[in-house]
Write a protein that binds this ligand. Structure first.
Ligand code: HEM
Ligand code: HEM
Length: 181
């Protein structure tokens, strides 16, 4: 009876999909904006989009992490074998860690590099971090390495989710999809 499985609570589902859609826009924006030979206006627009949406995401991810720490996820159906339970736990833990590392390393890279974040600048926040080339370079290297890992873990995550949705049809998909109660 897959449909009777207990699902994630609505806030967990909405937070998952809001963050997922944003991250799935942030990744291509980041990869494209760093290409050489891009027309300047396109590059500037992508950088502004990436830096500002990414900064807003710090708040949403903070809410999501606090929500997750205070609400246990529902148990997986019995049909999921132990190795897949472990794989899910490890990959979800990695995704949460990368969701924290990505925007913070991006923020530090930009601020320590002395660059603007238009939204924060308009709101009158100071830079919050002093200028430091070494710190900016370290944050940039972390941002790039974490992005690579995030893309790899997400490929497995999405493939596993689609397998549950389309092949096994065991209710794991609908426990996260916002449409199902
Ligand atoms: C098309 C893209 C995506 C699909 C189809 C998808 C699907 C799912 C599904 C079905 C679950 C529930 C798994 C379970 O019941 O154990 C889940 C959980 C999760 N997803 Fe995704 N996801 C997507 C994108 C993302 C992205 C972009 C991120 C973050 C970068 C993400 C992070 C997570 C995390 C951390 C969990 C564990 C939730 C928890 O237990 O608190 N997902 N996803
Ligand atoms: C979940 C949030 C984020 C994701 C998934 C993400 C993803 C990416 C990706 C895939 C790249 C291209 C790989 C690379 O060159 O590093 C990139 C580059 C970059 N990102 Fe992000 N990013 C996020 C948040 C942020 C934030 C909040 C900022 C700044 C406020 C930022 C600033 C940058 C910059 C400046 C680059 C160009 C590379 C560099 O100069 O170091 N990112 N990002």
């Amino acid at each position: 009876m897959p449909d009777r499985l207990p699902g994630y609570r609505p806030p967990a589902r909405w937070l998952h999909w809001i963050v997922a859609v944003a991250v799935l826009m942030m990744i291509p924006a980041g990869l494209v904006m760093t290409q050489e030979g891009l027309p300047r206006p396109v590059q500037d627009t992508l950088f502004i989009f990436h830096k500002n949406l990414g900064t807003l995401l710090i708040l949403v991810i903070l809410v999501r992490v606090i929500y997750r720490l205070t609400h246990r996820p529902p148990p997986l159906p019995d049909s999921v074998p132990p190795w897949q339970r472990r794989a899910a736990a490890v990959s979800h833990g990695m995704l949460y860690a990368l969701l924290v590392i990505m925007p913070i390393s991006g923020f530090v890279r930009v601020r320590a590099g002395g660059y603007p974040i238009e939204l924060l600048d308009r709101l009158g926040f100071g830079p919050l971090i002093g200028k430091s080339e070494r710190l900016a370079d370290a944050a940039s290297a972390l941002h790039a390495a974490a992005a690579f890992l995030l893309i790899a873990v997400l490929a497995v995550h999405v493939a596993a989710a689609l397998q549950h949705a389309l092949i096994r049809r065991d209710g794991v998909w609908s426990r996260m999809w916002p449409g199902r109660g």
